[in-house]
Design a binder for this molecule. Structure first.
Ligand SMILES: Nc1ncnc2c1ncn2[C@@H]1O[C@H](COP(=O)(O)OP(=O)(O)OP(=O)(O)O)[C@@H](O)[C@H]1O
Ligand SMILES: [Mg+2]
Length: 363
């Protein structure tokens, strides 16, 4: 097992105008499951390919298990990789596919057989060992690709969207299997996805990328609860975090408030430096309390759209001209045009600077 340390990795492709990765630094602890999450084109695959040695950085350093491997050949890095498009060999049976890397390494055939049997068992492929990939489902083929990677006993496992070719249901079941398997193996894992649910579900930590940079790297609950930048709150969560812009004022009672027009929300005293200036409030859709009718305390809002989602109800509301998405309990009922009252616990408010879009400390 080994830890991975990336230092200031810079990569610009020939002819590229922007950096595919821009001074990326990341530390993955021994045995940790690290997810790289970000929108299409943000540099996830590029970063993974540099760790694998399939792409050379223009600058920076890659250290695996204490050893500088930045310019080392891929096969000397003791890692295995599952690619974005699972590359199984169509003309080889499942067993030969799984044992391919071991054969290339010149491992004893009896040992190969033992390991292939083990991986097939773990990934529930035993009945298919003699089949050709053409006669497997997408999920089974994906499992072959994972089996081929895990038999290598590598110190580091790199996976690039290994579930991307599966339908929603298969994705869900294989996701749980994969989580269990990697936990059992204890292999240091770097896993790429643009699927936020997958990232939160699998990662010990999630590194969120944007335009070649890591903008936040934290535990899944922290990334969701305390987005370090507005971008993270907007990218993670479905629907994403709501953002409201207002002006910070001090009311007659001496309390600091965010003036949103017809409404206002209390602002932590620690942000008094923003008095007279704009401030951004971020709130998750499920953080609001919602009730039908008007109430003396709370924010009056008008319901525009009511969407039952099965396990919850999604409401689109207008509040002082701002549009909001609010998630209510499954049994909540209301009709477009209704007046609703929202409550907003102070501890669920996140505050952002309107220029830097960075999370502001309030403690
Ligand atoms: N071989 C290449 N030559 C030139 N530019 C490339 C090459 N590969 C990637 N890029 C560019 O580098 C940037 C990062 O690409 P990368 O494939 O790392 O993104 P990604 O985050 O993996 O995206 P996706 O989620 O779509 O797979 C993109 O702007 C892309 O167009
Ligand atoms: Mg990619």
């Amino acid at each position: 097992m080994a830890e991975i340390a990336l230092h200031n990795l810079v990569k610009t492709y020939p002819g590229g105008t922007t950096r595919a990765t821009d001074e990326v630094s990341l530390h993955v602890a021994d045995g940790e499951f690290m997810v790289l999450l970000g929108p299409s084109g943000c540099g996830k695959t590029t970063l993974l390919r540099m760790v694998a040695g399939l792409e050379l950085p223009d600058g920076g350093q890659i250290v695996i298990g204490g050893k500088d491997v930045t310019y080392l050949e891929p096969r000397r890095r003791n890692l295995s990789m599952v690619f974005q498009s699972y590359a199984v060999f169509p003309h080889r049976r499942v067993a030969d596919n799984i044992g391919f890397g071991l054969r290339m390494r010149g491992v004893d055939p009896a040992e190969i057989k033992r390991k292939v049997a083990w991986a097939a068992e773990v990934l529930q492929l035993t009945p298919y060992l003699d089949r050709y990939p053409a006669k497997l489902s997408g999920g089974q083929r994906q499992r072959v690709a994972v089996a081929r990677a895990i038999v290598m006993d590598a110190e580091v496992l790199l996976m690039d969207e290994p579930l991307s070719n599966l339908d929603a249901l298969l994705r869900l079941s294989f996701r749980a299997e994969l989580k269990k398997l990697v936990a059992e193996l204890g292999t240091t894992t770097l896993y790429v996805t643009h699927d936020q649910v997958e990232a939160l579900s699998l990662g010990d930590r999630v590194a969120v990328m944007r335009q070649g940079r890591i903008v936040q790297c934290d535990a899944p609950t922290t990334v969701y609860d305390q987005p370090a930048e507005e971008f993270v709150g907007g990218f993670i969560g479905s629907p994403p975090m709501n953002f409201l812009t207002g002006t910070v004022v001090r009311d007659n009672a001496g309390v600091l408030r965010l003036d949103l027009g017809a409404h206002s929300v209390a602002v932590p005293e620690t942000l008094r430096g923003y008095t007279g200036r704009e401030l951004r409030l971020g709130v998750r859709p499920e953080a609001f309390g919602v009730a039908t009718g008007g109430a003396p305390e709370g924010l009056g809002a008008e319901l525009e759209v009511f969407e039952p989602l099965g396990s919850a109800v999604l409401l689109t509301l207008t509040l002082s001209g701002h549009q909001l998405k609010v998630q209510a309990a499954a049994d909540f009922r209301a009709t477009p045009g209704d007046r609703l009252t929202l409550t907003l616990p102070a501890e669920r408010c996140r505050w952002y600077d309107p220029e830097t879009h960075l999370l502001l400390e309030t403690a």
